[in-house]
Design a protein around this ligand. Structure first.
Ligand SMILES: Nc1ncnc2[nH]cnc12
Length: 460
């Protein structure tokens, strides 16, 4: 039997080999881009308070787009995985509020610290140390990391929809369910879920587009306007050519401004290491979770091409710091494109190209309402939970660390904390229960480093 020769695109990305097609990958890329495009607005909002340059919002938006484009293209072209990257939430808040505004570190020096932590990342990845740590994490905890990220995604979605809100007495509480944003999210959630159950191709993407159209037509609040996820009305397409295109601005006050010498000073060692630790476990957890979700982990739970995959997120952090933004990292929102069938690097390349285009089309990106991406985040969260069935719930020395990993991610708003809680309790319970031999020596080393981080370094 002869089969038709594969196109160069198919051969490079392995489209048919992964049961995918160019159309499926592009659809997945558009979906991932739409669920993460909020970062184009949220990152500049968070960072502009700490980086007081002229026209800070637009310069930071361009820097965010360039960092996300570079990170996603590098991951797609070099590691050939469907994982998109962008400046990470949590890490940007730590950069702005704790390091620059809280500790009084100049923003250029803080960027230097991000760059150095990225370089350490690349070094450890190339040396194989990162892969060794991932291998030492027991399979049950890996499934818990994926599940915890799912819970974290759902929390992000519920929060941006205004369904979960802050409550001074109880920390979190129920928002106004009859608000337009909440109602639209609930409708979008149910409709998208029904499309998925009916196995409609592009269900998540259709859900996002239909909800966006409804929000704009009904003139409902769109786009999460602040770090607290507050909703605001879509201002409409006014102004330039066609009203949706605007010229890109070169972020001249940000590019190359990082201060490496300052960041290497002894006083900043703890800042460099906090960026390093948080991103290490955030990105490692995200990448292993996504690899598991897209069916790439082998029977032992190892990820193929781990060296270059991990090196690419370190490189993206270095590039992003050079361009003027806090740590760029693999995005959990990539799970939405994976849920849409994205299996190869072409998905991430699509995301990268869309981030480049968004330097021109950024007024249009503002039209995607939080209420449209929230259902995707919640649904994908549910999909990421499926692996927790493989956790040994009858053995408390396995289930307690897994449980803590899952709940700590949304409750401390950090993937890194979830992984850390899991690793530390896993080691501690195994030792005290007389099962110390079941744990890899590498995991003990990691647990000790994580404990030291909590004891001595600034909180993220
Ligand atoms: N810090 C982070 N890690 C993974 N995915 C993210 N999406 C947004 N912020 C993220």
């Amino acid at each position: 039997m002869t089969s038709s020769p594969l196109s160069p695109l198919d051969r490079y990305f392995g489209l048919s080999a992964h049961g995918s097609s160019a159309a499926q990958e592009v659809r997945a890329g558009v979906t991932t881009f739409l669920t993460m495009s909020y970062i184009l607005f949220v990152n500049p909002q968070l960072l502009s308070g700490a980086i007081p340059v002229p026209n800070a919002f637009v310069q930071l938006l361009m820097t965010t787009a360039l960092a996300a484009a570079f990170g996603s293209l590098a991951m797609g072209l070099v590691a050939r995985y469907p994982f998109a990257q962008a400046p990470g939430m949590g890490l940007n808040a730590f950069f702005a509020f704790t390091v620059v505004q809280g500790m009084g570190v100049p923003w250029q020096t803080a960027l230097g610290a991000v760059f150095i932590s990225g370089a350490l990342f690349v070094l450890l990845s190339v040396l194989g140390a990162r892969q060794a740590i991932v291998r030492a994490i027991p399979l049950g905890l890996k499934f818990a990391i994926t599940g915890g990220i799912g819970a974290f995604l759902a929390f992000l979605g519920l929060r941006s929809a205004g369904i979960v809100v802050t409550n001074p007495a109880t920390i979190v509480g129920l928002g106004t369910l009859t608000s337009p944003g909440a109602l639209l999210t609930i409708a979008g959630l149910v409709i998208t879920a029904a499309l998925m159950v009916r196995q409609v191709k592009g269900a998540v993407l259709w859900g996002i587009l239909l909800t966006s159209a409804a929000a704009i037509l009904l003139r409902l609040p769109v786009f999460a306007g602040g770090p607290d996820g507050a909703l605001q009305a879509f201002p409409g397409f006014g102004g330039r050519v066609l009203g949706i295109i605007d010229a890109p601005v070169w972020p001249a006050s940000l590019v190359g401004q990082l201060d490496l010498a300052g960041a290497l000073g002894l006083g900043l060692l703890s800042v460099v290491f906090t960026f390093f630790f948080v991103d290490f476990f955030d990105a490692t957890g995200t990448l292993t979770g996504l690899a598991q979700k897209s069916g790439y982990l082998d029977a032992k739970g190892d990820m193929p091409r781990a060296r270059r995959t991990f090196a690419m997120d370190g490189l993206a952090a270095m590039f992003g710091a050079f361009m003027g933004t806090s740590t760029t990292t693999a995005y959990v929102e990539s799970a939405s494109g994976i849920g849409e069938g994205g299996r190869t690097g072409l998905t991430a390349v699509t995301v990268g190209v869309l981030f480049l285009l968004s330097m021109f089309l950024w007024p249009l990106a503002a039209a995607i309402p939080a209420a449209a991406t929230a259902p995707a985040l919640i649904l994908v969260g549910a999909l990421m939970m499926d692996g927790v069935r493989h956790i040994d719930w009858d053995d408390l020395s396995e289930s307690l660390p897994a449980f803590l990993t899952i709940v700590a991610m949304p409750l401390t708003f950090s993937i890194a904390n979830g992984v850390s809680f899991g690793v530390i309790t896993y080691c501690a319970v195994k030792v005290l229960a007389g099962r110390a031999r079941q744990v890899s020596p590498i995991l003990y080393g990691v647990a000790i480093l994580l404990l030291a981080r909590y004891a001595f370094l600034a909180n993220e």
